[in-house]
Design a binder for this molecule. Structure first.
Ligand code: SAH
Ligand code: SF4
Ligand code: F3S
Length: 478
């Protein structure tokens, strides 16, 4: 094994359960019936970690509430990917700190990637005295111990030491949904893209054992879960640190054999590692969603090199061609960064032409944000903010028209969709929300009893971001 991955032992977990028990007694003494609130920022990995935090809090006798201002324990699970993400968190910590004045004894914990980010951790130490606990992703599994330490001691608790990372199985989890679930297959990242903070805050790539992943999915499927997303910063490096000969394509094929009516999504795939084996597995596996999230970041090979992405524009386009050969009708989504240091107008034009050439259904678009500790932080960046904003707006306009066109092409067709909840925005006409196998959002009209079920929906209308449809007996054409 190339890295020093530590697997948390059963004894270590048992010790945490003991801490949880002791903490539950202390919490009851202090609060009577303790309540807890967990707020999540950032990506699906953090959503998944928040389910673990809620599971552990529930084990400690806390009732999870949806309003932070009323909670006894407030946990902010933070993100460090862009400066904006951190600014938002600091604003909210300030607000919770203000409220704490009226409710002494409240415990405020800040965890997640920002807590592991050196400069932010320092700032919390110095300027946010009402934050009781700061711990990074590496210390997540020790949350009961850390909370216990805070409850018995006078000192604030900091657990932000650098680490290659751990794999901990068997932590309690309170899932957000019975219909859709996250399943991490690996943690950390080894790619060190020059702009990205993730490898510094999430540690080295480490894979869960296939048997643990498969058992978790089998139990989710048996409980009626309909949609599973396999998570990893680069799922295509799954298994590289294990010596059992597995890889992501093999794992996908094994998941496909698990009984149950569910679909499998995964994210994220790195273009340098996604290839024929993956596409072939996606094509063969009936449960694999016909969707690939393949972040390209820039259309300029020169910028890609400076980003340390490990592929060129041409190689990216070739991967897309190959993927589409194996999976006709594949839906592609991607991430792109505008205004990376040194990006010229010509580089940016190359990003636009790549977007046009590929035709993504949706794009997550970001303006470059310098992160301390990363190589791009100190790269010369002469492009004025207004120029970056103009490029960003142009890109968005182009993508919006592509999304609108691709969604428009779906009108009149029938798709199998999973009804996943009530529609918050569609009003009376479209009271339900659903997703196609490829992840497109479809607003539907129908009875609430359909939630959690697959139905066929005929698409009757479309917008840039979503589709409208009606439930139909018609069989699926897509
Ligand atoms: N592991 C995933 C992405 C994780 S972060 C991958 O490699 O695709 C999600 C997205 O945030 C990235 O794809 C990138 O587009 C964006 N991002 C990361 N760091 C950024 C930064 N410093 N500034 C702007 N966008 C950034
Ligand atoms: Fe960040 Fe690159 Fe790793 Fe993705 S692959 S998490 S962008 S370093
Ligand atoms: Fe995710 Fe943000 Fe961390 S994107 S991995 S929560 S830095």
């Amino acid at each position: 094994m190339a890295y020093n991955t530590k697997r948390v032992t059963e004894q270590q977990l048992a010790a945490q359960r003991d801490y949880a028990h002791e903490a539950s007694v202390l919490l009851r003494e202090r609060f009577g019936t303790p309540t807890a609130y967990v707020e999540t920022y950032g990506c699906q990995q953090n959503e998944s970690d928040s389910e673990l935090l809620r599971g552990m809090l529930s084990d400690m006798g806390c009732t999870l509430v949806k309003d932070g201002s009323q909670a006894n324990i407030i946990v902010l699970n933070t993100c460090a990917i862009r400066e904006h993400a951190e600014t938002r968190v600091f604003g909210n910590i300030g607000a919770f700190g203000y409220e704490k004045k009226n409710r002494p004894g409240t415990v405020i914990a800040v965890c997640g990637c920002m807590a592991q980010h050196e400069s932010a951790a320092e700032k919390m130490k110095k300027s946010y005295p009402y934050v009781d606990m700061v711990f990074g992703p590496h210390a997540l599994w020790r949350f009961p111990e850390l909370l216990h330490r805070r409850l018995i001691g006078k000192k604030r608790v900091f657990a932000v030491e650098a680490s290659d990372g751990f794999v901990a199985e068997g932590i309690s989890r309170l899932r957000d949904s019975d219909i859709k679930s996250w399943v991490s297959v690996m943690y950390g990242c080894n790619n060190f893209c020059s702009y990205c903070v993730v490898p510094y805050v999430r540690g080295r790539e480490r894979s869960r054992l296939p048997e643990d992943i498969l058992a978790e999915i089998a139990s989710l499927a048996a409980a009626g879960c309909k949609d599973i997303t396999l998570l990893g910063q680069n799922v295509n490096s799954y298994g590289r640190d294990l010596d059992c000969g597995t890889d992501f394509a093999k794992l996908l094929r094994q998941v496909d054999k698990i009984d149950g009516d569910f679909l499998v999504h995964f994210m994220t795939s790195h273009p340098k590692d996604a290839g024929e084996e993956l596409f072939a597995a996606m094509a063969e596996c009936k449960k694999a969603a016909p969707h690939l999230h393949l972040p390209f970041q820039s259309g300029s090979s020169r910028i890609l090199k400076d980003m340390n992405r490990g592929y060129t524009r041409e190689q990216y386009i070739e991967k897309v061609r190959l993927a589409r050969k194996y999976i006709p009708g594949l839906t592609l989504t991607s991430d792109v960064i505008v205004g990376f240091p040194g990006e010229t107008e010509e580089d940016f034009e190359e990003t636009l032409t790549l977007i046009e050439e590929v035709g993504f259904h949706a794009l997550f678009t970001f303006i470059f944000s310098p992160r301390s500790g990363t190589p791009a932080y100190s790269m010369e960046d002469n492009t004025p903010r207004e120029v970056k904003q103009r490029r960003f707006d142009r890109l968005l306009d182009m993508q919006n028209s592509i999304s609108a066109r691709l969604h428009g092409e779906m009108v009149g067709k029938t798709y199998r969709v999973l009804v996943d909840g009530e529609n918050q925005t569609g009003g009376q006409d479209y009271n339900l929300s659903s997703r196609t196998a490829s992840g497109r959002l479809v607003h539907l009209k129908g009875d609430k009893s359909l939630i959690g079920k697959y139905v066929n929906a005929r698409i009757t209308g479309s917008t840039t971001w979503s589709l409208m449809g009606e439930v139909t007996e018609e069989t699926e054409v897509k």
